[in-house]
Ligand binder design. Structure first.
Ligand SMILES: [Zn+2]
Length: 862
């Protein structure tokens, strides 16, 4: 699965139904954290659900084999209730089984029969235990018929028109959620990935509705007297129960022909966006099926649904958040984000659905693979440069995390870091595998693995063995260091040239430590020299400190360390500014120019600014121009301003956005502010206009509120305008924000509620509005109100927050409310304490903010 959002606010609010479980909040001695830091921790996206919630999370032992699951479902719509009959065909794995336990959470079980004979049962927590009436021989299937009903708290969501969205089409959708154990909230089964089964679903809905589930549509039948239709879907190849899906409701649907039927569903009324949104789907199917294995399922459908964020790769029937639908005006800005989401979920049809991780510790075999294959689609569609540049950025993000958790986490290592490691470092692991094998052998290994474990489960060891079987290459060393253990090498590299002896000397150090002791990695590294006589050397780095000597006829212009970026690492290269500026201008690879552009950002001086300005204006690759903008912003002296202003005219909208953002971080300047406001009005790209308005607001313009307010009349600018009003921090905005806190647009309303974290303190109408929002049906409103009350330190809200903590169905919001209650009960920080605590924590804070930014960047991509 993946998680989605549009920028910071979007990331906070446009999340999945059962989203954003939050890490435990840890308090720093007696001094409460500064609210903003606590907020940051609370908002840090954790793994969607704690993947280790069945501790210890080894593959679960089984007493029986679930062979077939048939669900006959109908709804009591006003009550948001599911009425179901589940028929489970199960074969005991031993002949002395007297009881059998299923996963079933908060289901009202009406009765269980086997061949018409009632069976005794009991329920406890999220288990249903059935007492068998006699001994059944091992391997002999028993068919259990379980009648039940439920108003699901998780797993299945009823999205109907409400006070904020009176015209919303009715939608019911499931979210089994990787590692989430959510499907047990709407049907009984063996809800663990190591018991695959065929499935079948007969769903009765009002006439005119669509129903989408796994496999192929066997038939539909209308009951005109009742005004209903029954959809019968059949999945005749085994899959894991967390991938069982149901989407029902008022949808527009389109179908296209490929090797199997390819279907698209969007909420009714948005059918005009289908071609624009899903236009590359069949090209992706070609790319993946040509390179991995033939597409394994009877059809491929995607349904975009309201209030869901990101995507969930249900077998042959992916569910995605409707925020990914592309309208005409934002096609250019957002098409690659939507394509990434579509490619990610599609890659799961092979990695996750066809080959499933045997237990959740090996989740990277699903998520790391989908993350890397999403990038491989980008490489295929957009070229190697952008792929390389994005992998380099991913590596920077991964190596900025503290090395606490391995890609295959140990039991007890929980969510937060695991999320980044499973998706991002897991994906980068495949990049390293490809770097070691080369493309031809990489694809051979992937194909062998996909074929060998089709319709089965796999562990990391199975993948390593598959590589060896397919290519003869043993990569155990790579997995031992990078997958089973946390961390990466932290290199420090310097070079010099001895012209008398014509020797290049490279000094390589590894600075990482485990338990305060040096812990060098053993990894193959390429060293490449650029200049008159370019050469490449290879060696195995393996020591805390080592000196390498290579014969060279003349002094190189620069020395590159791992120039193709195929080893995950951080590296500090000790090079003078002149060498970096040469590399920025002359290195043929985007990777090496990006490295130079970024390194120069921590230097400064007229020559550095001139080199970055030159690259920002003329590098042929847009990403280098963006890197240059970011580095100029870090240098921050006044002489960077002209270059950034010029970059506002770049032909690429992403560069213009980066330049606008960079200008917003310089010192306040009236002419710059005017220019940014002008761009916010006139640029052709909505994303650039939003970036310009946000940057202008950050500079706290004179009469800012007056200048921002007109943007509230411009539909795509409204959420940004509300954030800008909060940023300007003018108390005069409060009446307008109170009104906007009732806006029908979720992002506008929730941004307005968030603004009350800092505005309208001590004003009763604002406090009342936040208390009201705690009870809103929209989860994003409740979430925004919780955090705003925390920031305001509104102790009078404690009873309401406690009520929410006890009644909130979504665990992440309940936990956040609980944490806020605890923090409000701590004494308010005294200014002096607060200041010294803040000083002490400054570098830590910066680090954590960088981490959060990296995570949000990652999420934004999906
Ligand atoms: Zn995924």
């Amino acid at each position: 699965m993946s998680r989605a959002g549009n920028g910071l606010l979007g990331s906070l609010y446009e999340t999945g139904a059962d989203t954003w479980p939050l890490p435990e909040v840890r308090y720093n001695n007696a001094i409460p954290m500064k609210p903003v830091l606590l907020l940051a921790l609370l908002l840090t996206p954790a793994f969607p659900q704690n993947p280790f919630n069945e501790k210890p999370s080894y593959a679960r032992s089984r007493d029986f084999d679930l062979q077939h699951l048939k669900l006959e479902l109908s709804f009591d719509l006003p009550a948001r209730k599911l009425l179901g009959t589940a028929t489970l065909r199960m074969a005991p794995l031993s002949g002395d089984l007297r009881e059998l336990t299923l996963d079933a959470a908060a289901l009202n079980i009406e009765g269980i029969t086997v061949a018409g004979r009632p069976m005794a049962f009991r329920t406890a927590d999220d288990k249903l235990t059935i007492t068998l009436d006699r001994q059944y021989p091992a391997g002999e299937p028993i068919e259990f018929v379980i009648r039940y009903n439920t108003q699901p708290k998780r797993g299945l969501f009823f999205v109907f028109p409400d006070k904020h969205h009176p015209d919303r089409p009715r939608q019911i959708w499931a979210d089994g959620d990787t590692a989430g154990g959510n499907n047990r909230y709407w049907f009984p089964s063996s809800d663990f990935p190591n018991d695959k089964t065929t499935t079948e679903m007969l769903v009765t809905v009002p006439a005119g509705w669509q129903v989408l589930s796994n496999g192929k549509l066997a038939n539909t039948s209308d009951n005109q007297a009742a005004g209903t239709t029954v959809f019968h879907w059949l999945q005749d190849k085994p899959h894991a129960t967390y991938l069982v899906s149901l989407v029902a409701g008022e949808f527009d649907k389109d179908t296209t022909n490929w090797k199997v039927p390819v279907e698209f569903y969007v909420p009714r009324g948005r059918g005009g966006s289908i071609a624009r949104t899903f236009g590359r789907t069949t090209q992706m199917l070609d790319f993946f099926s040509d390179n991995i294995a033939p597409y394994p399922w009877a059809k491929y459908a995607q349904a975009m649904v309201d209030t869901f964020g990101g995507g969930m790769e249900n077998t042959s029937a992916t569910t995605e958040g409707a925020a990914a639908i592309l309208e005409e005006r934002d096609f250019e800005d957002r098409r690659w984000n939507t394509d990434s989401l579509i490619a990610h979920e599609m890659a799961h049809q092979w990695f996750g659905d066809l080959v499933t991780c045997a237990d959740w510790r090996h989740t990277w075999l699903n998520e790391g693979f989908a993350t890397y294959f999403e990038a491989l689609w980008q490489e295929h569609a957009r070229g190697r440069d952008i792929f390389d540049w994005q992998e380099l950025r991913a590596a920077r993000s991964i190596t900025s995390f503290p090395a606490r958790v391995a890609v295959v986490p140990q039991n007890g290592q929980e969510g937060n870091d695991a999320y980044a490691m499973i998706y991002n470092k897991g994906g980068w692991t495949l990049h390293m595998v490809r770097g070691q094998l080369g493309d031809a052998r990489f694809w051979r290994a992937i194909q062998h693995y996909a074929k060998k474990f089709s319709y089965q489960t796999a562990t990391t060891a199975d993948f390593v063995e598959s590589i060896s079987e397919a290519t003869g290459q043993d990569l155990e060393w790579l997995f031992d260091q990078y997958v089973y253990k946390p961390g990466h090498p932290e290199f420090e590299v310097a070079w010099d040239y001895d012209s008398t002896n014509r020797l290049l000397h490279v000094a390589v150090k590894q600075n990482q430590k485990v338990d305060a002791k040096p812990a060098p990695f053993r990894v193959p590294i390429e060293i490449e020299t650029l200049g008159d006589s370019p050469q490449t050397f290879r060696f195995w780095a393996s020591k805390e400190s080592e000196d390498l000597y290579f014969g060279m006829p003349s002094r190189p212009q620069t020395v590159l360390f791992d120039p193709r970026d195929i080893i995950l690492k951080s590296v500090t290269l000790k090079k003078p500014a002149t060498e970096w500026t040469w590399q920025l201008e002359h290195a043929p690879r985007v990777l090496n120019r990006s490295e130079a552009a970024t390194a120069l950002g921590s230097m400064g001086g007229a020559e550095v600014v001139a080199a970055l300005a030159h690259a920002g204006a003329s590098d042929p690759f847009f990403g280098i121009r963006m890197d240059a903008a970011a580095s100029l912003a870090r240098i921050k002296t006044e002489d960077v301003r002209p270059a950034l202003l010029q970059m506002l005219s770049d032909k690429d909208s992403q560069v213009r956005s980066a330049a606008a953002g960079a200008l917003g971080s310089l010192n306040k300047n009236a002419a710059t502010i005017d220019r940014l406001f002008e761009m916010a009005l006139t640029d052709t790209s909505p994303a650039v206009r939003q970036a310009a308005l946000a940057a202008a607001a950050r500079l706290k313009p004179e009469k800012g509120l007056e200048r921002v307010k007109p943007f509230l009349d411009d539909q795509p600018m409204r959420p940004t305008a509300v954030s800008a009003m909060a940023q300007i921090a003018d108390e005069a905005a409060v009446p307008a924000l109170l009104e906007l806190s009732h806006d029908p647009d979720d992002r506008v309303r929730q941004s307005a509620l968030s603004a009350f974290g800092t505005l309208g303190k001590g004003k009763q109408p604002v406090s009342d509005r936040l208390l009201e929002a705690l009870e809103d049906q929209e989860k994003g409103d409740r979430q925004a109100a919780v955090f705003a009350l925390q920031q305001r330190r509104e102790t009078s809200a404690i009873p309401a927050l406690e009520r929410l903590a006890n009644t909130e169905p979504l665990p992440n919001i309940a936990r956040a409310a609980q944490a806020v209650v605890q923090s409000l009960r701590l004494p308010a920080p005294r200014p002096a304490d607060e200041l010294s605590a803040l000083r002490n924590r400054l570098s830590e804070l910066e680090k954590e903010n960088a981490e959060m930014k990296a995570r949000l960047d990652r999420l934004e991509k999906k």
